[in-house]
Write a protein that binds this ligand. Structure first.
Ligand code: ADP
Ligand code: MG
Length: 179
C-alpha cells in the first residue's frame, strides 16, 4: 500500500497504541498528529488550548494532518480531527480511513487507567464516563461517515491489527466526500 492510512476515533480507542502495532505489521511509517503538532508548537495540547483556545488547536491540527499525510504512512489522528469537514474530505480522498470503534465504558476505563489521560483538558468539565458518552453520541456518526472501514476497538491490539489487515485486503469504499 502506498496511500496513507488514517486512524480516527474517540480518545482512548487506541489510535496511538494500535497504530504503532499496525504500522509495524504493515511496514508503514507511524505518525501521531497530536505528537507532531506538540513538537512543532513546543507546547502541550493543554498549553495550546490555554493560549490559543480550542480554535487555535483545531487549526494546528488541520495543518498537522496535511503535513504528515505521506505515502506509506499510518497517521494516528486526534479524537476531534473529524470535526472539520475539510479534514474529513482530505483523509477520505488522500487515503484509507479506519474508525476504531469502542463503547463509552471501555474508553472511559482506559482513560482513567492511563497516566496520560489528565494531560488533556476536559471538553465538558464532567466525569469521564459521562463526558466520553456525550462526545461519542455527538461524534459516532461523523466517525462512521468518514471511515472506509469500521473496526471493533475493544478487542486486544493484535486482533484489531488482524481485522484491519483483512478489511484493507478487501478493498476500500469509493473515495466520496460525505456532507
Ligand atoms: P488514543 O490514541 O486513541 O487516544 P491510546 O492508544 O493512547 O488511545 O490508548 C489509550 C489507553 O488505552 C492506553 O493506556 C492504552 O494502553 C490503552 N489501550 C489502547 N488500545 C487498547 C486495546 N485494544 N486494549 C486494551 N487497552 C488498550
Ligand atoms: Mg493518541
Amino acid at each position: 500500500m502506498t496511500q496513507p492510512l488514517f486512524l480516527v476515533g474517540a480518545r482512548g480507542c487506541g489510535k496511538t497504541t494500535t497504530g504503532k502495532a499496525l504500522s509495524a505489521a504493515l511496514g508503514l511509517h507511524f505518525i501521531d498528529t497530536d505528537h507532531w503538532l506538540q513538537r512543532e508548537a513546543r507546547m502541550t495540547v493543554a498549553q495550546i488550548v490555554e493560549q490559543e483556545g480550542w480554535e487555535g488547536f483545531r487549526a494546528r491540527e488541520s495543518q498537522a494532518l496535511q503535513a504528515v499525510a505521506a505515502d506509506s504512512t499510518l497517521v494516528a489522528t486526534g479524537g476531534g480531527m473529524v470535526l472539520a469537514q475539510q479534514n474529513r474530505c482530505f483523509m477520505r480522498e488522500r487515503g484509507t480511513v479506519i474508525y476504531l470503534c469502542a463503547p463509552a465504558q471501555v474508553l472511559a476505563q482506559r482513560l482513567e487507567a492511563s497516566p496520560e489521560a489528565g494531560l488533556r483538558p476536559t471538553l465538558t468539565g464532567r466525569g469521564t464516563v459521562d463526558e466520553v458518552a456525550q462526545i461519542l453520541a455527538e461524534r459516532d456518526a461523523i466517525y462512521r461517515e468518514t471511515a472506509h472501514h469500521i473496526v471493533d476497538a475493544s478487542l486486544p491490539p493484535a486482533l484489531i491489527v488482524e481485522h484491519v489487515t483483512r478489511a484493507l485486503a478487501q478493498g476500500s469504499a469509493q473515495p466520496l466526500c460525505a456532507s
